[in-house]
Design a protein around this ligand. Sequence first.
Ligand code: AMP
Ligand code: ZN
Length: 493
Amino acid sequence: MQSVNQVLKIYNSISGKKETFNTVTKDNVGMYVCGPTVYSNVHLGNLRTFTSFDVIYRYLNHIGYKVRYVRNITDVGHLENDEDVGEDRISKKARVENLEPMEVVQKYTYDFHETARKFNLSPPNIEPTATGHISDQIKLIEKIIDKEMAYIVNGSVYFDVLKYSKSNNYGILSKRNLDDLIHNSRSLEGKSDKKNPQDFALWKKAQPKHIMKWNSPWGNGFPGWHIECTAMSNKYLGDIFDIHGGGIDLKFPHHECEIAQSNVCFGTNAANYWVHANMLTLNGQKMSKSTDNNILPDEIFVKGSPLLSKTFSESCVKFFMLQAHYRSVLDLSNDALLAAEKGYNKLMDAINILEGLKDFSENSDFNIMEWIKNCYKAMNDDFNTPILIANLFDAVKFINKVNQEKASISKKDWEVLLSSINSFVFKVMGLQKSKLTNNDNSKINDVLDILLELRDDARKNKNYELSDRIRDMLKNKGISINDSNKDSSFIID
Ligand code: AMP
Ligand code: ZN
């Protein structure tokens, strides 16, 4: 691999340590990431997790691995709560909105793809859906029953956690202790067919009014959420593959149960490296679809939100995310986004300056090779993007000095620096170049602010003819005025 002879280390949630990355097949990586449950729009928290894995995927490609990246679409089986009770999230949405489940799935899969494209996330190599793999899931469930690690009750099939844990370590990933789990489990009080509350569903019998159901050896029903990922990751990546990822909230029960299923079916933990991205919070609370504590991408990029003073570009939001390590919690706030925007613009300005440099010297006042080594060192240390960004800012400082004729650079170093910065910023981090420089941006913003103030004055003086004219003329140029906040703001198409 071309990462300047350094070793790549990845934090493995199973060992709780950074481990040297060795792949199952030389020069190849198999990576599975749990995808979205498509029952509502993706929020910025989901995007943070997908961005974290996008950067991992991009970096592995960059250093020369051939990566097969599989990210599924969960379109059935994810119930409202983790204890195998409640309605299927997609069925519920279909019922509430009077839609076909497939309409719900189509709508939000499309939304996810659109948002991922705007956010410049690389598409996975394979994007399987749970409903497209029902027979694979049924086969695995039969295998688990054959191995006597599951039992059938009244048309449903449950994984027997107590039995499994007699010869396996249930809790290997989440470090939860089975005795504690048993102790803390709520009593089922006849509400479930499970033998023990910690058992989990592999197949659930469908009630007559249930819309999404399939035929199976156990009658009409639908698969449990955990078995879908085991079936799809195994089908496309094999009995043991390299990386299994998802948000940290999936560690338990989802990933713990996947590991248990995989041990019964294939005698492996499915993946050698279990990688978890930490949460994006809002007001200190996890951003979540189900609690409404979230910001939708559209609100941040286009429409505006009461929580924000303005809109922010996709790259600026991505830059904000990558300033934190993927394993740290990150809180979203207007101030943090404003600070990230400043940093992002500064970086883009420096890249523009670097591209335009024409005066070179014999030597450089910057050790480019050492700098490149440090950039790789950051990424090889469990994909440490904040340290990479700190290194990029060392280069920004140098570029600005050269621009002010306080430092010099040779033609050869210039070529190397330019191509390395481009690689790290655009290829590895997946940022996109803003069309305007910081200077242009801030001047345009100043002019727009003046126009807004004049329009607000006109409205206050009830001169609606003038205020509407300003609004319409700007609209003709692709700039809308958002009057939904206390103070008006712009939306630039
Ligand atoms: P879901 O659509 O709820 O199944 O989630 C899709 C992915 O987004 C999963 O990997 C989750 O762990 C992740 N996720 C959900 N909420 C957040 C959040 N607030 N911050 C970061 N990742 C999240
Ligand atoms: Zn999954």
